[in-house]
Design a protein around this ligand. Structure first.
Ligand SMILES: [Zn+2]
Length: 115
């Protein structure tokens, strides 16, 4: 996502994932963040179409795994299946976070007018 004010990347993936990005927890939960370059207060207004394609794809992978679960249990054993499941869940969480960050659309917030 690019900052509409300075036209640079408003936040890095790591900053997006592991920090509150210069705003309070409440503001962060409402989709506010501050640009890492110019400090402009921004708000996430939505997500690009690509994100929803991506989200659907991820869901299909999870559904496929759920369907194959029993067969995998018999073939690979409980421990290996659990390990694969954990890896898939972590990968999905990371991928969704990445997709949200990559495809977020932001707009400039007038600090005086924020609710
Ligand atoms: Zn900026």
């Amino acid at each position: 996502m690019n900052c509409p004010s300075c036209n640079q990347s408003a936040s890095s993936f790591l900053r997006n994932t592991f920090s509150r990005q210069g705003v309070s927890i409440t503001q962060s939960a409402k989709g506010y963040l501050k640009c890492q370059h110019c400090g402009t207060l921004l708000r996430i207004t939505g997500f690009g179409k690509q994100f929803w394609y991506f989200f659907t794809g991820t869901f299909i992978v999870l559904a496929a795994f759920a369907l194959l679960y029993r067969r995998l249990m018999e073939a690979a054993g409980t421990g290996a299946t659990a390990a694969i499941w954990i890896v898939i869940v972590l990968a999905v969480m990371l991928a969704v976070t990445f997709g949200l960050w990559k495809n977020a659309k932001v707009e400039k917030v007038d600090e005086g007018a924020k609710s």
